[in-house]
Design a protein around this ligand. Structure first.
Ligand code: ZN
Length: 132
């Protein structure tokens, strides 16, 4: 398993991590299997979505913020309940098929690290299983 550290820059941010994950896959030498991406945080997440139009990320983050406001009738004392709710809706894992040593993603798909309570130093754990 490989752990990658990234520095996020904003409170809410989606960062394309596809090339980071692809490098991890090729480092293993595994040609045929599965790649699991896990985010070990309660206010960040991972998702797969469009990489072509930058506005898709803006729309996703804005829509999440509209559905889950920063300030609301939350009980959690830390003051970041919106980030916890966004993280649980988005999810902490992604699984991608590996074929011929490459991630199987659609033409317009990328893997995104989703920051909901940044800026922070964050970890991404990547595990590739399969045959060489
Ligand atoms: Zn909290």
């Amino acid at each position: 398993m490989k752990t990658v550290t990234i520095d996020t820059k904003k409170r809410n941010q989606m960062i394309d991590i596809t090339s980071i994950v692809e490098t991890s896959v090729s480092d293993t030498g595994i040609k045929d299997g599965m790649c699991y991406v896990f985010v070990p945080h309660t206010t960040a997440a991972v998702t797969i979505n469009e990489n072509a139009d930058e506005d898709v990320k803006v729309d996703i983050l804005n829509t999440l913020s509209k559905l889950i406001p920063y300030r609301d009738d939350y009980r959690h004392m830390e003051g970041n309940s919106d980030a916890h709710v966004k993280a649980t809706l988005t999810g902490s894992t992604a699984a991608v098929i590996v074929q011929e040593g490459k991630l199987v993603l659609g033409t317009w798909q990328s893997l995104f690290f989703c920051e909901f309570d940044g800026p922070r130093k964050r970890k991404i754990m990547i595990k590739v299983v399969g045959d060489k």
